[in-house]
Design a protein around this ligand. Structure first.
Ligand SMILES: *[C@@H]1O[C@H](CO)[C@@H](O)[C@H](O)[C@H]1NC(C)=O
Ligand SMILES: *[C@@H]1O[C@H](CO)[C@@H](O)[C@H](O)[C@H]1NC(C)=O
Ligand SMILES: *[C@@H]1O[C@H](CO)[C@@H](O)[C@H](O)[C@H]1NC(C)=O
Ligand SMILES: *[C@@H]1O[C@H](CO)[C@@H](O)[C@H](O)[C@H]1NC(C)=O
Ligand SMILES: *[C@@H]1O[C@H](CO)[C@@H](O)[C@H](O)[C@H]1NC(C)=O
Length: 222
């Protein structure tokens, strides 16, 4: 009897049901060099805080014909829907209404968007080095998308690129803002052009080394 009771333990049953539901909805947080993430797939960070995928910006003003055919790679808070991403990977080069777009790590280990009718969009340009290395890309729970080298034994090695070094219009906890005087690297924010157009808008938030202040400028004027 005791073993039967354990077998039909409702708590255990609930745990089994929940974990199988969880599994069926579980998305990966990491893309390996051989993998592809297509336009209807997502990366979700380990604790589900952030999601990465393709999205189409919309606004109240879009008509029903949905004239906006620009598609972007974005990261957004998993629980706030996908209307307002906190980061965009291809600000200057949206892909047109092409559902066959996908992201992948190419044979050199570079993160890129591939789509019909155009050259691939390289997301992690500037990592330096042209030699083929094995990489993987992971979406972390703070919203940072990180490309890392994968060692020959499969362990994660050097961090090669991170989206936190390339902010768009949103500052998340853990990001930097300002200038690194040793490397010359700087981090700033730029507003969207319009509610449904993430292209560079009129406003920037930047550290001004001479004034030693963070300054918001509108078309270059404080
Ligand atoms: C993306 O891949 C999944 C899994 O292979 C497939 O079910 C889905 O149809 C694909 N979506 C597109 C838009 O190709
Ligand atoms: C990179 O690592 C993945 C996962 O370990 C492996 O499947 C793949 O063959 C490796 N690719 C290269 C180019 O070494
Ligand atoms: C992820 O979300 C949880 C729950 O909201 C929060 O407690 C945690 O601090 C978040 N993690 C990061 C790294 O922001
Ligand atoms: C895997 O390789 C890296 C770099 O070659 C090394 O630092 C690390 O200790 C190795 N890890 C294991 C578990 O062997
Ligand atoms: C910020 O970085 C960009 C590109 O790396 C560079 O062109 C620009 O001069 C830098 N700005 C400052 C204030 O250092």
């Amino acid at each position: 009897m005791a073993s039967k009771e354990r077998l039909f333990n409702p708590t255990l049953l609930l745990i089994i049901i929940i974990s199988s539901l969880w599994d069926s909805s579980a998305a990966l947080d990491t893309l390996k060099q051989v993998d592809v993430l297509n336009s209807s797939q997502y990366l979700v960070s380990a604790k589900r805080n952030f999601t990465l995928g393709f999205f189409k910006p919309t606004s109240y003003y879009d008509d029903n014909n949905n004239n906006n055919k620009r598609i972007y790679l974005g990261i957004w808070y998993t629980n706030y829907g996908n209307n307002r991403p906190v980061w965009i990977g291809n600000l200057d080069r949206p892909i047109s209404n092409d559902l066959r777009g996908f992201i992948t790590l190419d044979h050199l280990g570079k993160l890129m968007i591939k789509f019909d009718g155009g050259d691939p969009i390289v997301i992690d340009s500037g990592t330096g080095g042209v030699e083929a290395i094995n990489t993987s890309v992971t979406l972390l729970d703070d919203g940072n998308l990180v490309v890392s080298e994968v060692n020959s034994n499969g362990s994660i090695g050097r961090r090669l690129w991170e989206s936190f070094d390339h902010p768009t219009d949103t500052h998340l906890p853990g990001m930097k803002l300002g200038v690194n005087h040793k490397t010359g690297r700087n981090w700033s924010l730029t507003s969207w052009l319009a509610q449904n157009d993430p292209a560079s808008g009129a406003f920037t938030l930047k550290w001004e080394p001479k004034a030693r202040r963070l300054i918001i400028k509108r078309r270059g004027k404080p």
